[in-house]
Ligand binder design. Structure first.
Ligand SMILES: NC(=O)c1ccc[n+]([C@@H]2O[C@H](COP(=O)([O-])OP(=O)(O)OC[C@H]3O[C@@H](n4cnc5c(N)ncnc54)[C@H](OP(=O)(O)O)[C@@H]3O)[C@@H](O)[C@H]2O)c1
Length: 271
């Protein structure tokens, strides 16, 4: 589970990380981060929006795991768009997290108006070494085309909702063709569809749980995953996905579940 992928700038990123949305207190963060580290997770995904950067930072610092072994992602919130405010927001996030660099800083949403300015600031943060990699989130093809036309820095990552019920094939192909790694948020669809008969059949065939089927399906599409859980047994279950493989028939059946179902906001609308 420590396997990593190489981003377009040569940086290594784990295939699996812990999502932290709704780990809302120091106690919750400390426990979940502790269990995840024990299991072997090294990537932690937070955001200014989640209001838990301080808790996550404290939990990581208190764990004794060296900073260089960790991969910390956080995100620029919508109200902080703009050149100067992006620089300031990134510094605030680093201060909250108690770190002197971020592994990955993402523009959380393609907010209309100032997003090009924000990306210019991301380029500066990258250049100054404050962020090892920079990327975007919830960017659809048209947002990426606009960004790529205006910048020579290609986002390392695009983090989007991705699970069998939201198989974003066209976006995945576009990102692959431009060297942008697609990372799945809500990779468990927040448990939606766990009772689906197709999911059940595939899970039974492999002696796995629906959660493990969703996560393995994403990995086999070349998409990394950041499932969130606050339970130790689920944190471990979600990590036990590197010792089996779905066959092409399984993949095909799961692909066909894609129905455009969002469990989070739909980025084609307003956030
Ligand atoms: N960039 C963005 O706009 C964006 C948007 C949404 C999310 N994210 C990131 O992606 C992460 C993951 O997405 P998410 O939190 O929305 O949803 P998710 O990971 O798809 O699902 C989390 C839910 O599934 C439950 N769960 C976890 N493992 C389970 C298992 N093995 N069996 C049964 N239930 C299980 C969790 O409950 P328990 O906690 O009770 O175990 C929680 O309710 C977030 O935490 C956040 O870091 C990013």
């Amino acid at each position: 589970m420590r396997s990593t992928l190489t981003l377009n700038n040569g940086e290594e990123m784990p295939w699996l990380g812990l999502g932290t949305y709704r780990l809302d207190s120091g106690r919750q963060a400390r426990r979940a981060v502790g269990w995840a580290l024990e299991t072997g997770y090294r990537l932690f995904d937070t955001a200014t929006l989640y209001a838990n950067e301080r808790f996550i930072g404290e939990a990581l610092a208190g764990s004794g795991v060296p900073r260089e072994e960790l991969f910390i992602t956080t995100k620029l919130w919508n109200s902080d768009h703009g050149f100067d405010s992006t620089l300031a927001a990134c510094r605030r996030s680093m201060e909250e997290l108690g770190v002197d660099y971020l592994d990955l800083y993402l523009i959380h949403w393609p907010v209309p108006g100032l997003r090009a300015e924000s990306w210019r600031a991301m380029e500066v943060l990258l250049c100054e070494g404050l962020c090892r990699s920079v990327g975007v989130s919830n960017y659809m093809v048209e947002h990426l085309e606009e960004l790529l036309a205006a910048s020579s820095v290609v986002p390392a990552v695009n983090q989007v909702e991705f699970h069998p019920f939201l198989y974003q094939r066209e976006l995945l192909e576009f990102c692959d063709s431009r060297g942008i790694h697609l990372q799945a948020y809500s990779p468990l669809a927040r448990t939606r569809g766990f009772g689906d008969p197709v999911v059940g059949r595939v899970a039974e065939r492999h002696g796995r749980t629906p959660a493990q089927v969703y996560l393995r399906w994403a990995l086999q599409h070349g998409v990394s995953v950041i499932p969130k859980s606050s339970h130790p047994e689920r944190i471990a279950e979600n990590a036990a996905i590197f010792d089996y493989e779905l066959g092409s028939e399984d993949m095909h059946e799961l692909d066909s579940l894609g129905s455009g179902t969002h469990v989070s906001w739909d980025p084609t609308g307003e956030p």
